[in-house]
Design a protein around this ligand. Structure first.
Ligand code: CAO
Length: 430
């Protein structure tokens, strides 16, 4: 049976604009599915399908102005496929009541439709301009509408905008899905804007360009990567004795030897022994890209903020060459002269705060790398060796890693390896 679907009593004689048509001819709709959305000055309202069926003809288009009684579509009732046309007319029994004449729609059902419509009437939200159907759709998917850009008239959010938003979220380019939805996205309350001058004198200083940039990368990495940090400490008593013994010789070669270059060599040995540490996840997160080169990023503290220049081919360079590279890159960094190329292509990062202090920290993985080594200040400790305490210079290490790529056991093997290499750097030659 073909039924004419009319606009029910809108409570006004005026015309109202069609702002959304989520269906097309040929679509199958269930009872109460939205056929069109109307918007007046004050409210928007969905017109639902009175019956389940197939939309045989759509008689209106986006932007049309229609009023109570306008026939908007011809619907083929799914229970009866005859082509007989039955007009289901809306009768104004009382103000704001929708009742149909058709025998196929009972009084009860008509009331249900009316209830549904009254529930569907919502005031346009100032922050997210969306109709009831879009709102319900967003709610079902757990989407926070304030995060969705509307492509409809007056930036109205359409269902397709919500679909696009979800697609984008699933592809990993944003993580704004509501935690009540099926996604694992975040639903974090926004920071309130606080007037600190209420509590005392303040001064506002703009963040440096580097801080703004690195802040957004750090935040992205912190939120997107499941981090775990593994702690250990390496006995570098012999290493330090050797380093100090070579200081003069190094100075004659024009370089300054610090523990960092030895740590870089130990890390390279670790990357060769545990290749998953020298890898990146593919864009779709389905495979691991293993790198055959060893470029190591070194975090450098500059007056304008943190930068991470990359020392190339660390596996192929001598300790002095590395010290030279490190001195050049950190000078360039502090002078603000690093190029984009100087900061690209790293396989693994070392963040050394040992020259400053601290006993341990949890560095943030520098994506697309999968691990980062934090180095804190070495100190003399009483270490129990062969039945007695001995004074040993211990170097605290903290390895943060991407748990999607590296398991805890592998991480401990990696730090064990670093500890083993640093305890006797002759092993680095093996
Ligand atoms: N334990 C004890 N002493 C250490 C040490 C450690 N782990 N690491 C370095 N030192 C000593 C050095 O040997 C040097 O002392 P001497 O002159 O007596 O030899 C002194 O500390 C200063 O070293 P340095 O910091 O100049 O040199 P470096 O090679 O260790 O580090 C660089 C170079 C560029 C990494 C460093 O200057 C730097 O910027 N570190 C900060 C990195 C950072 O900010 N990380 C945080 C990132 S997250 O915000």
């Amino acid at each position: 049976m073909l039924i004419d679907v009319e606009v029910p009593d809108l409570g006004t004689d005026g015309e109202v604009e069609i702002i959304e048509i989520p269906i097309s001819e040929g679509d199958t709709v269930a009872v109460d599915d939205t056929l069109i959305t109307l918007e007046s000055d004050k409210a928007s309202m969905d017109i639902p399908a009175p019956e389940a069926g197939i939309v045989k003809e759509l008689l209106v288009k986006l932007g049309d102005k229609i009023k109570t009684g306008t026939i908007i579509a011809k619907l083929e009732n799914s229970l009866d496929n005859s082509t007989e046309v039955n007009n289901i007319k809306t009768e104004k029994k009382s103000e704001n009541k929708l009742v149909t004449k058709s025998e196929s729609i009972t009084e009860k059902k008509a009331e249900k439709i009316q209830d549904n419509q009254e529930q569907n009437i919502e005031k346009s939200d100032k922050d997210s301009h969306a109709g009831p159907a879009s709102r319900r759709f967003a709610q079902t998917l757990g989407v926070d509408l304030t995060k969705v850009n509307g492509s409809g008239q007056k930036n109205r959010i359409l269902k397709t905008d919500i679909q696009d938003f979800v697609k984008e979220s699933l592809s990993g380019s944003n993580s704004n899905l509501n935690s009540s939805g099926n996604s694992s996205g975040l639903n974090v309350a926004a920071m309130p804007e606080i007037d600190f001058s209420k509590f005392g004198e303040v001064e506002t200083k703009e963040l440096s360009r580097i801080k703004k940039l690195s802040g957004s990368f750090l935040h992205r990495n912190w939120v997107n990567i499941p981090h775990v940090t593994q702690f250990d400490s390496a006995d570098i008593t012999e290493l330090e004795a050797f380093r100090k013994g070579q200081k003069e010789f190094a100075a004659k070669q024009g370089v300054k030897l610090t523990p960092l270059v030895f740590i870089m060599k130990a890390v390279v040995s670790g990357l060769k022994t545990f290749p998953s540490f020298n890898s990146s996840l593919s864009f779709d997160n389905q495979s691991l890209i293993l790198k055959k080169y060893c470029h190591i990023g070194v975090a450098v503290d500059t007056p304008n903020g943190l930068v991470v220049p990359v020392v190339r081919n660390v596996d192929k360079k001598s300790i002095f060459e590395l010290a030279q590279d490190l001195a050049e890159l950190s000078a360039k960094a502090r002078d603000g002269k690093l190029t984009a190329n100087d900061m690209q292509g790293g396989c693994f990062t070392i963040s050394s705060l040992g020259g400053i202090g601290g006993t341990g920290f949890t560095p943030i993985v520098n994506a697309p790398e999968v691990a980062i080594l934090g180095v804190s200040k070495s100190s003399m400790q009483a270490v129990y060796i062969n039945g007695k305490f001995e004074p040993r210079l211990m170097l605290p290490l903290s390895l943060s890693y991407d748990h999607r790529v590296i398991d805890g056991a592998e991480a401990v093997r990696f730090t064990n390896h670093l500890v083993f290499q640093l305890a006797d750097i002759r092993r680095l030659l093996l």
